[in-house]
Design a protein around this ligand. Sequence first.
Ligand code: SAH
Length: 452
Amino acid sequence: MKRPLLHQIVHGTCVDLSSEGKGVLRHGKDVVFVDNMFPGEEGDIEVLFAKGDFYFGKIKKLCKISKNRVEPRCKICSSCGGCEFQQLAYSAQLQWKTSKVKEQFRKIAKMDLEVLPTLGMEEPYFYRNKIQMPFGVDQKGNVYCGFYKRNTHVIVPVERCYIEDERAEHILSVLKKLMKAHRVAPYDEDSRKGVLRHALIRTSYYQKQIMLVLVTNVDSFPGRNNFVKAIVSSCPEITTVVQNINTRATNVILGERERVLYGKGYIEDSLCGVQFKISAKSFYQTNPVMTELLYSKAMEAAELKEDDVVFDAYSGIGTIGLIASRSVRNVLSVELVKEAVVDGKENAKRNGIDNFFMYCDDASSFMVRMAEENRHVDVLFMDPPRKGSDERFLKALLKLKPSRVVYVSCDPSTLARDIAYIKDTYEVKSVQPVDMFPHTTHVETVVTLRLR
Ligand code: SAH
């Protein structure tokens, strides 16, 4: 295949933002996707590579600048790979998210739906309660930590991240110094040598609790106890330290085995008035402020009644189901990850909730059984991972026919695909995007459905 534009400089105007948030530039019949270029902007683009029918490039020089381009707070946002949108005004980010959801429904589900304006944050910075960073060491022996540059395994050193809980910054800077002083070597992916692979920090929003997880390549290392003592004495805000052991050559951050080195081994936080115990491995939404808004929108959408039987599928540690349990007769909940189910059951106990029943199973298999047994369900909450639900689940849903369905999604394309499957039986009442991840291209959506 001929690639006449490859490695050329092309001049053009950005006409749109793609569903991945890249600027779209047309050059004759060809399309070039450009990072950090916004509609209306004109300039010279260096074409870097081609994939399928498309080219990908970066800005060489801009001669016309969008009114929506802003000075990013973070100076390394172009290289880090975490925030694609720090240079786009927040109001324009929200507008793009709304139109992305609308577009996915139009393209994939062939549905022309009204999409409510994306709900955004008042202060869209320092929102993440979960921080995970790999470490490296420079030629002078100084330890650094940061993020992997997009699509690579090169660490871009980060001193200050503008989307993470600010409390992590001090802990990470102490950790870097103490690693050098205590000779705890960062793990090197190529040689597979070294000790510390990642630091994972989880912060509680409502309680003064912070968990530090040291992900190590080895079971034990010399001076571990003194190292942990030094960390806790320099950072008294840390309430628990857990060692997670991951000896595999893998991109997955956490390993199977864990050991509590200090404190209780978990932190507690609350959402919508319910207390949650969160351990290192459990899924817990990463933006606490917007999670409360997301869940309150989901509850509103469900119009819960005292007598309702509720089913919470893909339930994590039971957050949505436990919040709903206070307003209804019974909640059934299903989740695949064992540890999350253990947390969920304990969370019910801690909150004195006795009408919440949690099962560890594949959501589709569970749903199929429920349909076969002709179980009665009034409300279904479903909150699947990015790949969405599947045909088995949706087919069983059409048999079970709860009168109300609330679909919480973190990927508009799989959301549209799944809704298309049930649209003849369920009417879409509202589509509400919520900005859980400011400055990134991710968008969360709550869809309210009613049996026709
Ligand atoms: N509702 C929860 C979790 C949503 S994330 C919350 O808001 O916190 C999606 C969850 O689905 C994860 O906990 C994941 O472990 C779980 N999951 C993924 N595939 C699943 C499957 N096939 N069956 C059941 N649960 C699954």
